[in-house]
Design a protein around this ligand. Structure first.
Ligand SMILES: Cc1ncc(COP(=O)(O)O)c(C=O)c1O
Length: 417
């Protein structure tokens, strides 16, 4: 086992055998399975080290040089460093690195610039939007009047004419763009034009595509959007957390909305690992990694198509693809369960106009960030696509074959062992 991981586990084993058992099982699960969850990744040891560091001991409510606690002189430097790196990475005027998660980042923007009942345009869940973009089961959909827009049902691409029509009809105070499960480039410039036509704020949630933006494989919304939110744990390959970037004129309102508006003390151990993650993201290696993620996804997509499977929007421009299973005589849930039992981890996903609910679904979302982090390449991606195809068509007789191939691939590309 990698020395760093081994030391960490040994220390846990000595103090708490129950946690150790669970942790060890999870190490093996991650090691032995092919992780195709588009929102997950494997962080580098420097990120793990910061996240598990003594910085967790420090309370630091407030912002650099304006804290409510003493003893923040080192923390101030740390948080300022994270802010400066993030601003430089995306070319942003202002940044807040305190949100505990992507959800917290989005809530803070809403809290800063919306009042309960305000109208907002957000992408519907079935088209790939996120819960925090106005779902009825989320506080965003309960407190604000979200009007959903979606993709063109035939093409699977965002229907910008419809977004424009809805904007002129409903006069939203804010338009939210960005998605959890949209495989295509998002035209932030077009969203900005629409927002300007109706005098709405524009918020871009780049949680999934942040890595592609840094690598130059996706347009950067920072010049167009009033607010840009992101998670740091998906394609950015950093710690679990969120960030907000905005124009300088909004900085004070955003900062107040994060603290004291919606959060308490910042997690400085996570802010240290965010700063590390931003530093890593400047590197040539990170950009090469993201190019490989996209190449891998595109090669998997092409293989699915050659096997006769349908993809929402017919393909992918980024790190994820969505299988439309409606012609495969299997639901998203069934396929996810079959794959789970063969150590391939995925998630069921609704597709545009899905007749089945979110618990069953007609789709499956697949991402290549995590497998690329462990070194898998385009040929491996073709192999994996074939395993998924066999899991749809001939699972009972092919299961042991699939399990063997998975075992071979995960042994060839170790993470911890
Ligand atoms: C587009 C988008 N926004 C926000 C979030 C929420 O992030 P978190 O799970 O960190 O709250 C996600 C997570 O999947 C997401 O995909």
């Amino acid at each position: 086992m990698r020395e760093f991981i081994e030391k960490m586990l040994e220390s846990i084993r000595k103090s708490d055998s129950e946690i150790y058992e669970i942790m060890m099982s999870e190490v093996l699960r991650q090691e032995k399975s092919i992780n195709l969850i588009a929102s997950e990744n494997f962080v580098l040891d420097d990120i793990l080290a910061c996240n598990g560091s003594i910085l967790t001991n420090k309370y630091s409510e407030g912002y650099p040089m304006r804290r409510y606690y003493g003893g923040c002189e080192n923390i101030d430097k740390l948080e300022q460093l994270a802010i400066e790196r993030l601003k430089r990475l995306f070319g942003a005027e202002s940044a807040n690195v305190q949100p505990h998660s992507g959800t917290q980042a989005n809530m803070a923007v809403y809290f800063a610039f919306l009042s309960p009942g305000d109208t907002v345009l957000g992408m519907e869940l079935n088209s790939g939007g996120h819960l925090t973009h106005g779902s009825k089961v989320n506080i965003s959909g309960k407190y604000f009047n979200f009007v959903p827009y979606g993709v063109d049902k035939k093409t699977g691409f965002i229907d910008y004419d419809n977004v424009r029509k809805l904007a002129h009809e409903h006069h939203p105070k804010m338009i939210v763009c960005g998605a959890s499960s949209y495989p295509r480039i998002i035209d932030f410039h077009e969203f900005k034009k629409i927002a300007d036509e109706v005098n709405a704020y524009l918020m871009a949630d780049i949680s999934h595509i942040a890595g592609m933006i840094i690598a130059g494989l996706h347009p950067n919304p920072v010049e167009f959007a009033d607010f840009v939110t992101s998670t740091t744990h998906k394609t950015l390959r950093g710690p679990r957390g969120g960030v907000i970037m905005c124009k300088k004129e909004y900085e004070n309102k955003i900062n107040r909305a994060v603290f004291p508006g919606t959060q308490g003390g910042p997690h400085q151990h996570t802010i240290a690992s965010k700063a590390m993650c931003f530093r890593n993201a400047f590197s040539k290696e990170f950009k090469e990694y993201i190019h490989d993620v996209v190449k891998n996804c595109s090669s998997m997509a092409n293989e699915f198509i050659s096997l006769g499977m349908n993809l929402v929007s017919g393909g992918t421009d980024n790190h994820l693809l969505v299988l439309d299973l409606s012609n495969m005589r299997i639901t998203g849930r069934e396929l996810q369960e079959r794959l789970d039992s063969a150590n391939i981890t995925t998630n069921k996903e609704t597709i545009p106009d899905d007749k089945l609910g979110p618990q069953i679904t007609s789709g499956l979302r697949i991402g290549t960030s995590a497998i690329t982090s462990r070194g898998m390449n385009e040929n491996d991606c073709k192999t994996i696509a074939n395993l998924i195809y066999l899991s749809c068509t001939d699972f009972d007789s092919k299961k042991s074959y699939i399990v063997d191939i998975v075992e071979g691939l995960t042994s060839k590309y170790p993470i911890y062992l």
